[in-house]
Design a protein around this ligand. Sequence first.
Ligand SMILES: Cc1ncc(COP(=O)(O)O)c(C=O)c1O
Length: 407
Amino acid sequence: MVSTQAFPTKPFSLELAEELLTNYGSPLYIYQHEHLQETIAHITQSIPYPFTKFHFASVTNGNLELLRRILISGWGLHANTPGDIYLGLTAGFPPQQIVYSGSNLNRAEMEQVLKWGTATLNLDSVSQLDLCCQVYQDVKQQLPRLRLGLRLNLPELTAENRIGVRPEEFPAALKITKAAGLKLSGLHFYRGTGTSATKAFTQVIEQLLAIGKLLPDWEYLDFGGGFGYPYHADGVAFDWQDFGRELTKHLNALGRKIELIIEPGRAAIAGCGTLLATVVSVKWQSGKQILGVDTTVANLSVPSVHGGYREIATWADTNGELYLTDVCGNTTYSRDYLGRNCQLPALQIGDVVAILDVGAYGYAMSSHFLHRPRPPEVLLEGDRHRLIRQREDYSILLNNQLFAQEG
Ligand SMILES: Cc1ncc(COP(=O)(O)O)c(C=O)c1O
């Protein structure tokens, strides 16, 4: 079956891809510094509101070198878990530049988060707020200023979602913070993941600001992440300019100074990442090309396990001829497809494929399921490159295992 459909843009030259694979082996995660910087600049410039702070959601990518670059570009960190905070602190983010908006910490974890000096905490239930206030009493002597906010749960704005607090719970929350000698000064809104429809964000602004006013000490609005990324070559992109213009207009009209926090995750980092892999097997069945590559959905779980989609590019000379192709991982797991029903040229063993836009939820969601060690990560700056995480070997599979060896 031959098609002449448009082919996705290659992230860099074949010569460079081959040089990278020769240097670091295959498969291989590559992050392009310039792409990341340009995206960060684009997002930053899109919101003219003067009291805006950007916090990178490291749930999407916890590579320390990338986090360090994001810090240098002027963004703070957004943490979903204590582990995110730990990585952020290790990368050099001062605790004042870390916003935590997670869920369901136990007492020891809450204490750890506070002792790290995390400056802003958005809690997702009144009982988490209560726990935070209790723990605060025990550790407050050692703490700098603490800001508390609530994650909002309102089905018509946040869709069906387990996270967050309803406005009718605000009075109970206010009572708890007041009793602890603290203020409830933040409202956190997370629209839901990966939405490219800009209107889904802009149309809720007015309602959000009205809800914020229900908090007597309201100081900040944290307008979460969930900003979409167009994974399809012809996909709709989130309109940062439109979003920034609308948000600025409404915040300026408030007549009071409210700090705005924005936590982009995938929108900031998806596009700079590529997973390079090599074709190790080719067969044709019922007119379809079945490619076997030397990576697996355990190295990149998003596409087949979570129903996502990533463009796959190759450098093969296409002559305009593309074939219906499945790109299969190197295990027998029934979902081990990196791409299904793709349009690719006829490839040979040894050809290189590039799985695009894997900077977010790529390495971060990889696992040892199927017992394949993880690939390395490499940073590309212009045509200079350097290893920023080593390739794992089989010994990683023995980590923390306790077993009695014979003899
Ligand atoms: C509170 C919060 N902010 C930001 C993000 C990043 O999400 P996205 O990558 O969809 O922007 C997440 C993801 O889980 C989140 O929970």
